[in-house]
Design a protein around this ligand. Structure first.
Ligand code: UDX
Ligand code: UDX
Length: 454
């Protein structure tokens, strides 16, 4: 099938490349010429494990191409995925202007039946709005010029179908999540378009991947409900970490003890400095706004957001407490990205924590294997280092903010030599407290107490 994907961001680029790998002919379109030029030279604008070689292979086999020409993309395709960003506005509602702009353009350029698939995370009711925009634009097109004269329409008003097909891709495992999803959610309104969607996902269909086929509004809300629930699960265990520190319990064991109950599940019960990324912060806020608009005051997710903000700020006082004071001290930070295996700094906990420590007069040194270029755009007055050892050298404490694998097996004897004081604050509970004590560190972690040598 000929498919167009609009938006080559963290979502669109993965979707387009994977659909090409399914055997479809995919044209990826973006307004950002630099991104498109880079992609034409085989350079991915985002860091995603394995993506670049998947792009190369599909481009070589002639199934994947890149252009800024949206008209070409639309007219060359039966299905058009909209995967442009839906950032949050200051009032917490989703900014749909990009989605609406693309919808209008599709209406202007479409020259026959199209399946328009909303991949971007959009508030409930957006698909219906997009349908209105396209219908209205088509009417205008017909009224402005008479039908026959519009060569693209060759005499008839094209019809179209709207589909909601939300994504559940996690950055760092996006290809895996696309190729082997737990489920494919499809909001659609006719058997014909459902058949087309099954054709698009045929490789998954043959793998008997569960397909949740429902109406547009339900599909749109499944996405928000899923992300909000995952964010709530994280805030729940982060709240438990606060209680654990007060009563001397071990939050890791709490998570283990809870997670073995199959009704709860062990995933997303890792305590940390608070969730970040381009989705949880945005989608939880958007859910509050969506509900408020229809007259319902969300309570649980509102608390999850508050707990998350509290947990990020709490890390600053945990660090301060472990160092007695941070004024004039040098703090070495390992990990900046909102999670491992990505360069994405959007809403990373590191931003709140580093800004807070700087406000208290601390000097910051930092290293992240991948995200420092992105970090430089949002974090100032930080000494960026090229290795963990460079960060530790002459620092008064070492703080772990992102659980990159390379930080799990670090050479502690060398780190100890380089540090001014053997103080480690581990906000991801990477290390075994007993071992850290034996190595002579003053080790602080989350929800498991502080471990100072007697
Ligand atoms: C975005 C949203 O953040 C996410 O909630 C949604 O589920 C999918 O789209 P992401 O891919 O991370 O996810 O956004 P981003 O990385 O900002 O990429 C969006 C791309 O669309 C950018 O490359 C931008 O240049 C492009 N774009 C935006 C267009 O091509 N046309 C537009 O009109 C607007
Ligand atoms: C999330 C959803 O998982 C995905 O389904 C959706 O499509 C997009 O948003 P993503 O934001 O890429 O994916 O990363 P995820 O792995 O979910 O982590 C989000 C944040 O939660 C990170 O900051 C991570 O550090 C944090 N997290 C995750 C925890 O603090 N504890 C956990 O147990 C899991």
């Amino acid at each position: 099938m000929n498919i167009c994907v609009v938006g080559v961001g963290y979502v669109g680029l993965v979707v387009g490349t994977c659909l090409a790998d399914f055997g479809h002919n995919v044209v990826c379109v973006d307004t950002n010429k630099d991104k498109i030029d880079g992609l034409k030279n085989g350079i991915s604008p985002i860091y995603e494990l394995g993506l670049e070689e998947l792009i190369h292979r599909n481009v070589k086999e002639g199934r994947l191409s890149f252009t800024t020409d949206l008209k070409h993309g639309i007219q060359a395709s039966l299905a058009v995925y909209v995967a442009v960003n839906t950032p949050n506005k200051a009032d917490g509602t989703a900014d749909l202007s990009y989605v609406q702009a693309v919808a209008a353009k599709i209406a202007e350029e479409m020259d026959g039946y199209k399946v328009i698939i909303l991949k971007s995370t959009v508030p409930v009711g957006t698909c219906a709005k997009v349908r209105e925009i396209i219908s209205k634009k088509l009417e205008e097109r017909v009224s402005e010029k008479n039908l026959a004269a519009d060569v693209n329409l060759n005499g008839y008003l094209p019809t179209f179908s709207i589909v909601s097909n939300p994504e559940f891709l996690r950055e760092g495992s996006a290809i895996e999540d696309f190729m082997r999803p737990n489920r494919v959610v499809i909001g659609a309104e006719s058997d014909q378009v459902i058949a087309i969607m099954k054709d698009i996902y045929r490789p998954l269909y043959l793998l008997e991947t569960p397909m949740v086929i429902t109406n547009l509004e339900t599909a749109e809300l499944i996405k928000y409900a899923s992300n909000a629930f995952l964010a709530t699960k994280i805030s729940f265990i982060n709240e438990m970490s606060c209680i654990c520190e007060k009563v001397g319990a071990d939050v890791n064991m709490i998570a283990k003890g809870m997670g073995l109950d199959r009704r709860i599940g062990s995933k997303f019960l890792h305590t940390g400095p608070g969730y970040g990324g381009s989705c949880f912060p945005k989608d939880t806020q958007a859910l509050l706004s969506i509900a408020k608009e229809v007259g319902y005051e969300v309570k649980i997710v509102k608390s999850a957001i508050e707990v998350n903000e509290y947990q990020k700020k709490r890390m600053i006082s945990v660090i301060k407490q472990a160092m007695q004071d941070v004024e004039g001290k040098t703090i070495g930070i390992l990990g900046l990205a909102f999670k491992p295996n990505t360069d994405d700094m959007r809403d990373a906990a590191a931003i709140t924590i580093i800004n807070g420590l700087q406000e208290l007069g601390a000097k910051i040194k930092a290293f992240d294997p991948v995200s420092m270029d992105e970090a430089k755009k949002v974090l100032n007055n930080v000494e960026y280092c090229e290795s963990s050892f460079a960060v530790a050298e002459n620092s008064d404490a070492l703080v772990i903010l992102t659980e990159w694998n390379e930080f799990r097996q670090i050479d502690f004897s060398k780190i100890k030599e380089l540090l001014n004081a053997p103080v480690i604050i581990d906000t991801r509970n990477l290390y075994d407290p007993e071992r850290m004590l034996k190595l002579g560190f003053e080790y602080t972690c989350i929800g498991r107490g502080n471990f100072k040598s007697a």
